[in-house]
Design a protein around this ligand. Structure first.
Ligand code: SF4
Length: 226
């Protein structure tokens, strides 16, 4: 079987593999935020950036090929990842101690894995209105990292297109397809995959928060192991 090198370790290839898919299947951790196995890849967060034969590339969309040399956990890539994560934290309001996604949050987990101990940048402190209009799902836009997972899940898995990204630059934001622009007037159902795929605490099913004891949350074990 053909293979490529991932941080010096041989990784077997299957036809159609991206670097991220093949490396994860072989047991390697590839840091990511906007990638999810159930939907297409967008390469928007850039947290999975690796070097392929010396050139930067998003591991989630780059095809794996025999003989490639892929570097993922080098000092420069770790530093770049840390700064990306710090920028995401200061752009929103990520007050983890009061967020019901704490311990289940992929952004928090990646920051922990990256050794993030401070924000480095000045906080922007956005004041976007929270949308609590839906009977079963809350939208807290100040935690949204624009990963587009809900956009792709609604389109590709639910067949609804409830979400889209609008605006440009720092004004980019999540749009909701309803006359009022509010979640309660959209076609979203709490049964939809889009209602559960958010990697952070932006889209949250109501009345189910803080249900898992600390120590048994999604990322507690890994963080304990370090
Ligand atoms: S609401 Fe969640 S899933 Fe949707 S774009 Fe924002 S962070 Fe991503």
């Amino acid at each position: 079987m053909s293979s490529f090198s991932f941080d010096g370790q041989p990784v077997p290839l299957q036809p159609g593999d991206t670097i991220l898919q093949a490396a994860q299947r072989a047991g390697h951790e590839v840091p990511h935020l906007c990638w999810h196995p159930e939907v297409s890849s967008s390469a928007s967060c850039r947290v999975c950036t690796v070097r392929v034969d010396g050139r930067p590339a998003a591991a989630c969309t780059t095809a794996a090929a025999a003989g490639q040399r892929v570097d993922c956990h080098t000092a420069d890539l770790r530093a770049q990842r840390l700064h990306l994560l710090q920028m995401l934290f200061v752009e929103g309001n990520h007050f983890c101690p009061g967020c019901e996604k704490s311990g289940h949050c992929l952004l928090q987990h990646q920051a922990e894995r990256a050794g993030m101990t401070d924000l480095h940048y000045e906080t922007l402190n956005p004041e976007r209105p929270v949308d609590a209009s839906h009977p079963d799902v809350l939208f807290e836009p100040n935690r949204c990292i624009l990963c587009q997972l809900c956009v792709r899940a609604s389109d590709e898995l639910d067949g609804k297109q409830v979400f889209a990204i609008g605006g440009h630059g720092i004004g980019a934001h999540l749009l909701i397809d309803s006359a009022s622009g509010r979640l309660g007037d959209s076609a979203l159902s709490v049964e939809d995959r889009a209602a559960h795929i958010c990697p952070v605490g932006a889209l949250l099913p109501k009345r189910v928060g803080f249900a898992v004891p600390i120590g048994r949350r999604t990322f507690d074990d890994e963080e304990t192991r370090g």
